[in-house]
Design a binder for this molecule. Structure first.
Ligand SMILES: Cc1cc2nc3c(=O)[nH]c(=O)nc-3n(C[C@H](O)[C@H](O)[C@H](O)COP(=O)(O)OP(=O)(O)OC[C@H]3O[C@@H](n4cnc5c(N)ncnc54)[C@H](O)[C@@H]3O)c2cc1C
Length: 412
């Protein structure tokens, strides 16, 4: 009997695992990839360390029109199964802070290496430098057309072409058209897990300042979400893991025409009174020191003039003895609640993940098969699912990819 021929479009995280799952079930699998090699994005994940999953992955960590869509796939190929899968391929896994899981080697390349080794062992063919421009259903299966005018035939197609984030690593959004042409609907996309642009006269001065702090995202007088961690001011605005975590909600607010703000707390472990007393003591200790100099050793030097100006104190060099309690309060207010207007996000090039994508309403959550085109499956970031920062997006890619590969190979 002929083997089930499966074409996987896009050799990213979801596509590689889909190919392994399908080939392990006896299918003949080809991966068609537009870049000159598969898995380029995997190499860039987790700052080159690949935060491959998170032990706390559950529906609460995912977003989109219907985050519950992830539930079946995450149950069928769970975090534990993912870790076992990688351990069995040779990647020893370790859990770090907040449930983030990394390879023991701390090398994203080791994750890609073992996936590619397994693909080779299973006889999966990788066709690179081949951008798919059309998927044509036929009586017997599919004809997949590439930009180089090649036609590749298969019984089933799994579309794992990713979203629009980080197009330099392959995902240029071309996958959406392939699914739209087959009648699928799409939810508008916007960058998620991305740096935020701020409106502030101080950005040039505080560019490069890093601190462990708290960031709160809000709109009008309502706080929408808070996150702690390393925050970085940049020439355009603000970055760092807590900012990435807040960025999806910020993008959403901007696209709804609202004016979101971000408030940073530079002393998250101390209350207002503690910070007030600390500053008061420093001022009293050396009453003749200039005010700005009294902060040297407590605050990053680049922050000092910006904080004092923002607290509306005209003479930043006046002696400490002349500083009024009211002025100390204003400084405390800035250190604990420095508010900035968010004007936008950085572009797709800097974004790590795409929010929005192919509408999950058109996809069976148990099998990842399209409800519109039998034999056509979708998985990974191309779908309208995005996760928080911390290993959740790769987990979605592995789980949905595995499920798609499995069902594409058994439903034959
Ligand atoms: C810098 C960076 C760091 C990240 N770090 C993490 C992390 O540590 N942990 C985490 O969980 N997530 C992380 N992410 C997110 C995560 O990498 C993605 O969500 C995940 O890789 C998506 O997998 P995918 O297979 O769906 O899509 P992709 O990985 O984008 O793969 C899609 C593939 O399809 C190919 N392709 C696209 N269109 C076509 C076409 N028309 N024809 C043929 N091939 C096509 C692309 O070239 C690409 O190889 C990071 C993302 C970035 C950009």
């Amino acid at each position: 009997m002929d083997r089930n021929q499966i074409l996987v479009i896009g050799g990213g995280a979801a596509g590689l695992v889909a190919a392994i799952a399908a080939a392990r079930n006896g299918s003949e699998v080809k991966i068609i990839e537009r870049m000159n090699r598969v898995g380029k994005k995997i190499l860039a994940t987790g700052n080159g360390r690949c935060n491959l999953t998170n032990v706390y992955a559950n529906v609460d960590r995912y977003h989109g029109k219907n985050p519950w869509f992830i539930k079946d796939a995450l149950e069928q190929f769970s975090v534990e199964q993912t870790i076992d899968f990688f351990e069995e391929l040779g990647v020893a896994c370790k859990e770090e802070r907040d449930g983030k899981v990394y390879p023991y080697s701390d090398q994203a390349s080791s994750v890609l290496d073992v996936l590619r080794y397994e693909l080779e062992e299973l006889g999966v063919e990788e066709i690179c430098d081949a951008e798919v421009v059309r998927i044509q259903p036929t009586k017997k299966g599919f004809n997949v057309h590439t930009k180089n005018n090649e036609i590749i035939k298969g019984d089933k197609v799994i579309l794992t072409a990713g979203g629009r984030a980080a197009p330099n690593l392959g995902s240029n959004g071309s996958g959406y058209k392939l699914a739209l042409d087959l009648g699928h609907r799409m939810v508008e996309t916007f960058p998620a897990l991305v740096q935020l642009r701020l409106d502030s006269p101080h950005l040039k001065g505080i560019n490069g300042v890093k601190f462990q702090g708290k960031a709160a995202l809000g709109v009008r007088d309502k706080v929408l979400r808070e996150e702690m961690g390393e925050i970085l001011f940049t020439a355009y605005g603000i970055s760092g893991p807590p900012i990435f975590q807040l960025s999806r909600k910020a993008s959403e607010q901007l696209s709804e025409g609202n004016s979101p703000w971000i408030e940073v707390d530079i002393f998250p472990d101390a209350g207002d009174k503690e910070v007030f007393d600390l500053i008061r003591r420093r001022l009293d200790y050396r009453p003749n020191k200039p005010l700005d100099f009294s902060f040297v050793g407590l605050l990053n030097k680049r922050l000092i003039p910006a904080v004092i100006k923002e607290a509306d104190i005209a003479d930043m060099h006046k002696p400490c003895r002349e500083v009024m309690p009211k002025e100390i309060k204003s400084i405390v207010n800035i250190l604990k609640r420095w508010r900035f207007k968010i004007t936008g996000t950085q572009s797709w090039t800097e974004a790590q993940v795409t929010a929005g994508g192919i509408d999950v309403e058109d996809v069976n959550p148990v099998t990842m098969e399209s409800k519109l085109v039998p034999g056509f499956y979708l998985a990974g970031e191309i779908l309208d699912i995005d996760g928080d920062c911390g290993g959740y997006n790769l987990q979605w890619a592995w789980s949905s990819g595995y499920v798609a590969g499995y069902y594409a190979s058994i439903n034959y």
